[in-house]
Write a protein that binds this ligand. Sequence first.
Ligand code: BES
Ligand code: MN
Ligand code: ZN
Length: 487
Amino acid sequence: MRCSLSSKGVQDWTGHVLVVGLLQDQSATALEARFPGLGAALEQQQFKGKPADQLLINRLGGDGPQRLVVLGLGPANGFNLEGVRSAAARAAKAATGQTGSLGLQLSWDGLEPTAAAAAAAEAARLALYADQRFRKAPEPRRQPDALELIGLPEAATTGLDAVAANCAGVELARELVAAPPNVVTPAALAKTAAELSRNYDLELSVLEQADCEARGMGAFLCVSQGSDLDPKLIHLIYHPEGEVKRRVALVGKGLTFDSGGYNLKVGGAQIDMMKFDMGGSAAVLGAMRSIAERKPTGVEVHMIVASCENMINGSAVHPGDIVTAADGTTIEINNTDAEGRLTLADALLYACEQKPDAVVDLATLTGACVVALGDEIAGLWSNNDGLATALQQAADAGGEGLWRMPLRASYKEGLKSKLADFKNTGPRPGGSITAALFLEHFVGEGIAWAHIDIAGTVWTDKGRGLDPAGATGYGVRTLANWICNLA
Ligand code: BES
Ligand code: MN
Ligand code: ZN
C-alpha cells in the first residue's frame, strides 16, 4: 500500500473510498456541503460521533468517491495517537471490497503531525494484512492499494518515511509466527535469515550443531536432543555506513515447536499453539528487515537466534538432567518445559561475546506473564534504567503495550539447586520474574540488558485494533524504532 499526504480537502478529494472521522458532537457541515443529505442520514442513524458509530454509503455514483464512510472518534479530549491507530484500522477495514485509493481525514488537531501520519499509515496497512498462503484457492481480495491522508500539513510527510519498512518487518514476523511448525523449522528460520542477508547485504553466520557443541552450548543443545530437526544458531549483522558508535544485540527465542518435552504440555497448556514459540525470533528477524531498509547510521546491530524444537524421543533430555552452558554454569533441569531460558542462556552468552553496549531479548517465555499482563501488554525487565526508558518510549510511540516489571534479586533463591549452580525453574508465584533472573545470570558484566516477555502479545485470537486475528508481529516496531532513534 502506497501512503501519501493529499493536498486536497474532503470537499474536493477524488479517489475511491473517502473515510472521515468525526469527534463526538462535531458538526458535519463541511461534509454536508459535498454530500447533500448526509446530515439527515447521520441524524437518522443517531450518529453522535461515539467510537462505535459508523455510517457507510456505497455506490455514490458521479465522479467522486464510490464509498463514503463516517467514523465516530469519541470525545475530543481523549483523542490521541491510539485513537488515530484504531480509527485508521477501522477505516481500512471499512474500505475492503473496494479497490483504488483510500482517503482518510481524521481529527488531527493537537497531535504531532509526523507521529499522527505514521500512526495512521501503519495502522491502515497492518489492518489490511491477510494470510492466504495455506489455502488451495486463495480468495481474491479487493482492497485499496493507496492511502491518502487528508488535512495534515506538508511537514507530516517525513512521518511516512519508515512506514513501508516497518510494516514489511511486521508482516514478515506475522508470516513466520503464523506458519505451522512443519513449515517454519529451525532450518527455515536460517533460510529466512539467508534471504535477508542476500537482499540487504547483511553478514550472516549459522552455527550448526557441531559448532555449538564445540562451543560447549550444553544448555541450548539439550533442548533439541529429542527432535529429528537440527538446531541452528543464527547470527545476522547489520553494519552501518561510516563509523560505529554503538553496538547492540537483539536476541530472539526461536522454539519452532514447544511440546514441553517430558514435562509434556497437557490439559489447557495450549500445545496446539506452540508454533508461536518462535515469536521472539520472528520479531528480531522482522526488526532486522526494517532496520536494513531504514539504514540507521552509527549503530551496528547483531541478531542472534538459537533455534530448535522441544520434542520427545528416547534421546530427549530427562527431567532431572544436569547440563552445562557455554560459560560453565551448570543447570539442573527440573522442568523440561522451561526450555526457552536454556536456549537463551547460550544465546545471551554468545551475544555478549560480540561486546555489545546493550542486549535486548524477546521471548514467549512464560505463561505467568500472560496471567499478569494479558495479551495486550508485554513484560519488560532490565538491569538498566536508561535502556528500559528508551524501550518504553519506543513501544509507547509505536502503540505496542509494554510494562516494566521488577527484577527482584531475592527471588533468585527460588532457582537454587542442591546439586547444580541453578535449577531452570523456581516456584510458581512470580514465575516470569525468576525466568528473567535466570536470563540475567548469563549477561556479561557491565552490559545493559533488557528482556521482553511476549508470551501474551505474540498472538491475538479475536484480532484487535490494527492486528487481525492471529500472529501480531509484536515487537518489530518497538525494536526498529528504538534502534533508529539511537542513530
Ligand atoms: N513457551 C512457553 C511459555 C508460554 C506459555 C507461552 C503459554 C505462551 C503461552 C514456555 O516454554 C513454557 O512452557 N513456560 C513454562 C515455564 C514453567 C514450566 C516454569 C510455563 O510458563 O508454564
Ligand atoms: Mn516450554
Ligand atoms: Zn517455550
